[in-house]
Write a protein that binds this ligand. Structure first.
Ligand code: NOJ
Length: 565
């Protein structure tokens, strides 16, 4: 239906084109699970280079690479041992340069991940700090404290790590260091000038090599006020997060980003950045300001149901927040930290709404991924509708590898194969994020579904065969083909950064118009919603009898705006 449309008149080209990132489609690659070129079971940079045609055909604007730096993999690479090198299992700096050149040759931008809150415990600085002992200058780069209780045997405070368990770890000589994540991820001391200098060097290192932008990991946690006496966990919880909280979203973190901004803007074109900042919505604009990081992730849709009222509120709020900062909004349905959206949307949501235990899929995974609770077809159908909906919005869209195949979360990972520190630090009380990080299926038959000849570092399920790239490429109705069609057409939609909501007379149907005259309609309910079928440019599911069926999105354009070729 959609492959044969051309536009009667080209959209006007503004005098100065807006920066590429404002409305970009960014494809997140989790390198260890994308494609393995050397049969060691881990995806690598040459694997990415070998799949550039696939990325090109998808119609994205940029790739964001999760960490590929040397790492002991205590947290999937977010424990970085050297910020200016490539993990030898993933390749070399030469491989990186070759990959970058190949992506650029296909007009694809490259964003890399910067992890500034913590290093790996294998980082040279931390090893030096351990060897140098208490009171040494080397320990000043991290956050070492004496313990509490008799002989300092207890941690300095009762703070918990984000991954569970104490946020403090004791070293051989009896001191403790702070780690807000795994114990292999010691927090850096951002009051230390060398920490500042080193990250500026890292940003220049990758910018000089030609990367186009950076994704900043836990951007809201770098600076800390650790004036004694330190508050207890309960006291911490009562302190407002208004910019002066001791640990989270402090105003002074933006002094760091002002330094970084000078580096970003010293390049032509300026390097971009996007903040991973889990902060109150009223404070997100601080990260998205042009003098700070320039853009911030909006994660609200990761926590929302497939529900018209929730989508409407989130979209309106986030467009307003983006306008407040002068940035553009970001739309994210899946990433490497959450249960895949096809699965989330296929699970029951209890009447309790936000408190529903299966809401985001974590509880379901914990209980072994009971297939009788997961409606796979419905989840996939809703995921396609939600994706087509967000792709029609102004702002940038982030796609997480595998969602373009409609992949579900892999629930069937034996405990012995699990890798996520969350699973271990909570003694299995939280199942962790491995289920969305399983290596991609490229072909329906063959070793590791074409991921590589050496097997995989996480087990792939049998059902991957039905959603392998080669299977979906043969099926015009597949999710992969929907993504390709949508992204090919999407650039026509993005002629301005606004939308106008249209009253549908239905609580469960959202409709908005874009400046180019196109409309996006999503029927979140089950009753069909009447439309002019002749205007359908693209649909997430079959359209019948002049109506959008339930759980379906359509893009509509008046016939004066399109020609049938
Ligand atoms: C956020 C990353 O997305 C996540 O994967 C990681 O575990 C934490 N930050 C810690 O670096």
């Amino acid at each position: 239906m959609t492959n044969s449309l051309d536009f009667a008149s080209e959209p006007p080209v503004p005098d100065a084109l807006p920066p590429w990132w404002r409305q970009a489609v960014v494809y997140q690659i989790y390198p260890r699970s994308f494609a393995d070129s050397n049969a060691d079971g881990l995806g690598d940079l040459r694997g990415i280079t070998s799949r550039i045609d696939y990325l090109d055909k998808l119609g994205i604007d940029a790739v964001w690479l999760s960490p590929f730096y040397p790492s002991a993999l205590a947290d999937g690479g977010y424990d970085v041992a050297d910020y200016r090198d490539v993990d030898p299992r993933l390749g070399t700096l030469d491989d990186f340069d070759a990959m970058l050149a190949a992506l650029h040759a296909h007009d694809l931008k490259v964003v890399v991940d910067i992890v500034p809150n913590h290093t790996s415990d294998q980082h040279a600085w931390f090893q030096e700090a351990l060897a140098a002992g208490r009171g040494s200058a080397a320990r000043e780069r991290y956050i070492f404290r004496e313990g509490s209780g008799t002989d300092g045997l207890e941690p300095p405070t009762d703070w918990l790590s984000v991954f569970g368990g104490s946020a403090w770890e004791r070293v051989e000589d009896g001191q403790w260091y702070l780690h807000n994540f795994a114990k292999e991820q010691p927090d850096l001391n951002w009051d230390h000038p060398e920490v500042h200098e080193d990250f500026l060097k890292t940003l220049r290192f990758w910018s000089d090599r030609g990367v186009d932008g950076f994704r900043i990991d836990v951007a809201h946690m770098l600076t800390k006020d650790l004036t004694e006496p330190l508050p207890s966990r309960d006291e911490l919880a009562l302190i407002p997060r208004d910019g002066n909280h001791p640990l989270i979203d402090r105003d002074d973190v933006h002094e760091i980003y002002a330094e970084w901004r000078e580096v970003f803007d010293s390049y032509d074109p300026p390097r971009t950045a996007v903040a991973e900042a889990w902060v109150h919505p009223s404070r997100i604009h601080l990260y998205a300001r042009p003098e700070s990081l320039g853009q911030a992730f909006n994660f609200d849709l990761l926590e929302a149901d497939f529900d018209a009222a929730q989508f409407h509120r989130i979209i309106s709020d986030n467009l307003a927040l983006a306008a407040q900062s002068g940035s553009s909004s970001t739309w994210v349905l899946s990433n490497h930290d959450v249960v895949r959206h096809a699965t989330r949307y296929g699970l029951p949501v209890s009447e309790a709404g936000a408190a529903a235990p299966t809401r985001h899929g974590g509880e379901w995974l914990l209980n072994g991924g009971d297939e009788s609770l997961l409606n796979r077809e419905r989840g996939a159908r809703r995921a396609r509708a939600a994706t087509l909906f967000i792709m029609g919005l102004p702002g940038s869209t982030y796609i997480y590898q595998g969602e373009e195949l409609g992949l579900h979360e892999v629930a069937s990972i034996p405990a012995a194969d699990r890798q996520d520190p969350t699973f271990f630090r909570t003694q299995g009380a939280e199942i962790g994020r491995d289920g969305c990080r399983v290596p991609l299926p490229w072909v329906a038959t063959g070793t590791a579904f074409g991921f590589g000849e050496g097997g995989t570092h996480l087990p792939q399920p049998e059902w991957f065969a039905r959603q392998a790239v080669d299977t979906e490429e043969r099926d015009p109705a597949s999710t992969l083909m929907l993504y390709r069609n949508a992204l090919r057409l999407r650039c026509t939609l993005q002629t301005g950064e606004s939308l106008e909501w249209i009253d549908t007379g239905r609580d469960d149907v959202l409709r908005f118009a874009r400046p180019n005259g196109w409309h996006v309609v999503t029927n979140f309910g089950v009753e069909p919603y009447a439309i002019d079928e002749s205007e359908v440019v693209l649909a997430s599911a079959d359209i019948a009898a002049g109506a959008v069926a339930g759980e379906t999105t359509v893009w509509l354009a008046p016939s004066t705006l399109v020609n049938d070729a």
